[in-house]
Design a protein around this ligand. Sequence first.
Ligand code: PBG
Length: 317
Amino acid sequence: MAVIPSMTKVVIATRESRLALWQAEFVRSQLQARYPHLTVELLKMTTRGDQILDKTLSKVGGKGLFVKELETALMDGRADLAVHSLKDVPVDLQYPFALTCVMERDDPRDAFVSNHYSALAELPAGEVVGTSSLRRESQIRERYPHLEVKPLRGNLDTRLRKLDEGQYAAIILAAAGLKRLGLVERIKAFIDTNDSLPAAGQGALGIEIMADRQDMVDLLAPLVDTDTLDCVTAERAVSLSLGGSCQVPLAAFAQLTHNDLHIQALVASTDGKTILRAELTGTRDKAFELGQQVASMLKSSGGQELIDQALALANNP
Ligand SMILES: NCc1[nH]cc(CCC(=O)O)c1CC(=O)O
């Protein structure tokens, strides 16, 4: 049963990038469609992750950088909700915070963006592909060892500008982000999930609150998409079990067919020379356990060593 909230105003904490603002506005419109009398305000914040533009994320301490300032606003009551790309929310998020709402997933695929080529397979030897994601890098290196992969940092607009300036022959970005910003025409090819297995949670939005805010749990309940929730629960269980962060080349992607949940995962060495894959199907009510099981399959086939190596490299480059 829908609970009519007694509050009159909620504040959404958001980063200031164009993508983050789009996502926060999207949640605002979803809330206002359901609660016409509710005032929804945005609290725009700059995070450490946004300030550090000269180093690759994996070297400066990972995705938590984008979340911390928003959590401070939740904690001191300046904001009620924080909207995130779920992919950027650390899997070990814990009390007093809670990820209470996962919304319907948009396109989970990676996208190939280039001004001269129409697919990765077309790039001649030695061409430079831009990405700062170890996950994307290792999968490109495995399939296209003749290509060069170079770091690419910044928000989506910055990354596209660097492509247009000619620093890269092509770049890889999440399709969902480009779609949200109305930049879908920049996509030359959608990369099949089997060729570039997505990051856990890619394409989905997550809403974080203080765990004890039952009023927010009730308010957000109608926005939860249970299909997406089950898929990302399995995906995030993989990352959690493998102790993953963005310092480790790790991918996890789940799909539902009726009540069957199919989970695929991979862990790679940063040079792309070793990629371990595992997959499993089970019932959706066991989503978390399926993720854990796939993670143990990867661990026992050598994945733990790859993770330890990647972490050692990230902490001592
Ligand atoms: N890593 C940054 C980030 N976080 C979320 C998205 C896009 C939206 C999504 O994947 O949900 C992106 C850009 C990208 O990976 O190209």
